[in-house]
Design a protein around this ligand. Structure first.
Ligand code: NAP
Length: 290
């Protein structure tokens, strides 16, 4: 089976290699061609136009930043979508995914979504959590491709349902990281014993594994080599706020986290690890005297 991928950024590049490892014939495209070089060296076919991927492949995966990027890449030559299938795996809003589905179908193609939880290490180990928005028939048809990224893709329902699930999960990334940053900041400013504090957190019902994962980065203020950059967290928090407000949900907490993330970007940390929001919550130069 020929599988294409549009977008070989942080996630797309290892995903292309994972597809190759699983035995698929892979064709890749990226807007900035330099990100295709290492894939080309690994024996993956690379092309200069997104339409050439779609035309050549049974299934084309999009792993692009946002819905605008998908529109730009996929609809440059809509005629190539005829009898082709698009599998959208980036993080976009449910409404955006449903709109894309309609546009692809209007061009004679088929569309399904499977946003993912996990990051580069989980891509490489084939252990991503996949949420699928598709018909049961599409799910069965494309399961062999989905399973090279994660063993148990979860069919959530029709297109839009997986996108909504992903936003519900990703707002937790922002709010849990902000919540932990506030607690850690107070612990440090009060000069408390960090190990004792972490022991209490870990033994309580309030513990989340992400606290341990991000502790060293926050303590060292080291946000380099990100798996998930701050700029994408801002996108996801804003998508959540819009989707939640559209459903009549009070999203004040998420809006507050969005503002923190925006301030973090303003410090030049757009491409840093998202745990850099700790720098905003607990600035090195404190906002008030300690
Ligand atoms: P990334 O490294 O920033 O890559 C983004 C990709 O989108 C690049 O290929 C970029 O091309 C392309 N792009 C951006 N704007 C474009 C445009 N207008 N036209 C064409 N291409 C465009 O992001 P990533 O971390 O791989 O994430 C990709 C998607 O997966 C995002 O929706 C993200 O939220 C989601 N996601 C990420 C993670 C993670 O841990 N990183 C986990 C789960 C889900 P250039 O190279 O030319 O800029």
């Amino acid at each position: 089976m020929k599988v294409g991928i549009l977008g070989t950024g942080l996630m797309g590049a290892p995903m292309a290699l994972q597809l190759q490892k699983a035995g698929f014939e892979v064709t890749a495209w990226n807007r900035s061609p330099e990100k295709l070089q290492s894939l080309k060296q690994a024996g993956i076919t690379t092309v200069t136009r997104a339409a050439d991927v779609i035309a050549a492949c049974d299934l084309t995966i999009t792993m692009l930043s946002d819905a605008a990027a998908i529109q730009a890449a996929v609809f440059a030559q809509p005629a190539v979508l005829q009898d082709r299938t698009l599998l959208q795996m980036g993080t976009i809003a449910p409404g955006e995914s449903r709109d894309l589905s309609q546009l692809v179908q209007a061009a004679g193609g088929a569309y399904l979504e499977s946003p993912v939880l996990g990051s580069i290490p989980q891509v490489k180990s084939g252990s991503l959590i996949l949420m699928v928005g598709a018909t049961p028939e599409q799910y069965e048809q494309w399961r062999p491709v989905l399973q090279c990224f994660g063993p148990e893709p979860q069919l959530m329902g029709p297109v839009g349902t997986a996108a909504a699930t992903k936003l519900a999960m990703n707002q937790l990334i922002g709010t849990l990281t902000a919540a932990f940053s506030m607690s850690l900041a107070l612990v440090q400013r009060e000069g408390l014993d960090l190990q004792k504090f972490m022991g209490i957190v870990q033994g309580s019902a309030l513990y989340a594994p992400t606290f341990d994962k991000k502790l060293d980065r926050m303590c060292d203020r080291n946000f380099t080599h990100p798996n998930f950059p701050t700029k994408h967290l801002l996108k996801d928090m804003n998508l959540f706020v819009k989707a939640a407000q559209g459903q009549g949900i009070d999203a004040t907490v998420a809006e507050g986290v969005s503002q923190l993330v925006e301030k973090t970007l303003a410090q030049g940390l757009a491409d840093a690890d998202y745990s850099a929001i700790y720098n905003t919550i607990n600035p090195e130069e404190p906002l008030t005297g300690t």
